[in-house]
Design a protein around this ligand. Structure first.
Ligand SMILES: [Zn+2]
Length: 407
């Protein structure tokens, strides 16, 4: 395609809303607007990726050479501006959205169940306050979370160990949609907010994390303002309708597969159950491939394999030979972006670097006098003078050369 047909608009400066280098270059190269809307050039890139995904199928992401993390259903790209939080095991590759990620829990040491004891705990509104006040570790406390299930009005009492966070996604996976209980709903069940306990509730659906039955002698609420119960034991003092994994995995939790430490990373979702998000994939490509001058898109990810340009001559027509090359490269199945503007060489070189096609071909007066044109790989400093007759084979050779090194 031709530069003028695509109405490409490159920018000198990075937009001030750019939070990542890759996005800044996507805007500067004219693939997307500052508002992240694809331009005509961007549409070409997206269409190209779409086609590539159908042709390459399973090897699509490896061909793009982007460092994805994935599980059976979903493919993510770690990025600090990513919309999702993903738990990932660097050791074995386990990957899941943080709200549903599993991890290996370690049960508290076994203890004899001690008699329950009511203790005054004034002004202890949080687990932190409570643990400090009683001078016990947070894992010796129980955290109550109170919900109502709108579907049938059922009061849902969820409990996890005090050192852990409830995953609402996991809770909803078990009991369906819930919303925080109102003070009236809490009072009706017999619980007291801030001092809630599952002991002696009326008409409540009690659901506890699977660590709770293995955590003896916990401190839980006494259902009385200002009081807690020490030595509350599952089975003896109360039981639950559902015992299941309810808590959120975190960075530093142990991997459920291999036991190594998990990481938490921000990420974008690139594909889910065979549905690709090509805008995110284009963004991931840009974040993975750039240098200080612009994008350095690899073949076959780049929408155009070759950035072809002519340097307007003083005594010779350089545009017609460039147009001929354009035809012959395209006939050979090479995707070419022909910069057909009568601009200075410097302007075009800058744009070529920004747009990031793997190969640049420059048709200039001096070369033409020897029947040659200049070929430069985007990621190399070296300019090669190649005979016009050899250009298709040289470009093909570069594009399909086995990759050396890693990025
Ligand atoms: Zn692992």
């Amino acid at each position: 395609m031709k530069y003028t047909d695509l109405s490409i608009q490159t920018q000198r400066e990075a937009p001030n809303n750019a939070r990542t280098q890759g996005f800044a270059f996507l805007v500067r190269a004219g693939y997307v607007t500052r508002e992240n809307q694809p331009t005509t050039l961007g549409e070409q890139a997206l269409k190209h990726l779409e086609k590539l995904s159908t042709t390459l199928e399973d090897s699509f992401f490896s061909a793009l050479d982007i460092p994805v993390i994935r599980n059976e259903g979903e493919t993510f790209f770690p990025l600090k501006t990513g919309a999702l939080e993903v738990i990932h095991c660097p050791a074995c590759g386990y990957t899941a959205r943080s709200e549903i990620a599993r991890f290996a829990k370690s049960a508290s040491p076994a203890e004899e169940a001690l008699p329950t004891e009511r203790v005054a705990t004034p002004e202890c509104h949080t687990i932190e306050d409570l643990a400090n006040f009683l001078d016990i570790p947070k894992e010796k406390t129980a955290k109550a979370l109170l919900f109502t299930r709108p579907f049938d009005g059922k009061f849902v009492f969820a409990m996890v160990r005090g050192d852990m966070q409830l995953s609402e996604a996991k809770l909803k996976g078990q009991v369906g949609e819930v919303k925080p209980a109102t003070p009236e709903e809490i009072a009706a069940s017999g619980a007291v907010a801030g001092y809630a306990s599952p002991i002696g509730l009326k008409d409540a659906l009690i659901i506890v994390d699977d660590l709770i039955p293995n955590s003896p002698n916990l401190v839980a609420g006494a259902n009385e303002t200002g009081y807690h119960l020490k030595n509350v034991n599952y089975g003896r003092d109360y039981s639950a309708e559902i015992v299941v994994d309810l808590v959120q995995a975190e960075a530093g939790s142990a991997c459920v597969n291999c036991g190594k430490l998990l990481s938490a990373v921000s990420a974008d979702l690139l594909a889910s159950k065979g549905v690709y998000h090509f805008d995110k994939i284009l963004h991931a490509l840009a974040e993975s491939h750039y240098d200080d001058k612009g994008l350095t898109l690899p073949h076959p990810a780049a929408p155009f394999d070759v950035y072809l340009m002519h340097v307007p001559g003083k005594t010779m027509d350089t545009k017609s030979p460039a147009a001929e090359l354009y035809e012959s490269l395209q006939k050979a199945g090479i995707a070419v972006l022909f910069d057909d503007r009568d601009e200075r060489a410097g302007v075009k070189f800058n744009d070529a670097d920004l747009i990031g096609s793997p190969v640049r071909v420059t048709v200039g007066e001096r070369g033409l006098q020897n029947n040659s044109v200049e070929v430069k790989e985007r990621t190399s400093q070296e300019n090669q003078a190649i005979l016009q007759a050899d250009i298709v084979s040289r470009v093909t050779q570069i594009l399909f050369a086995p990759k050396t090194g890693t990025t």
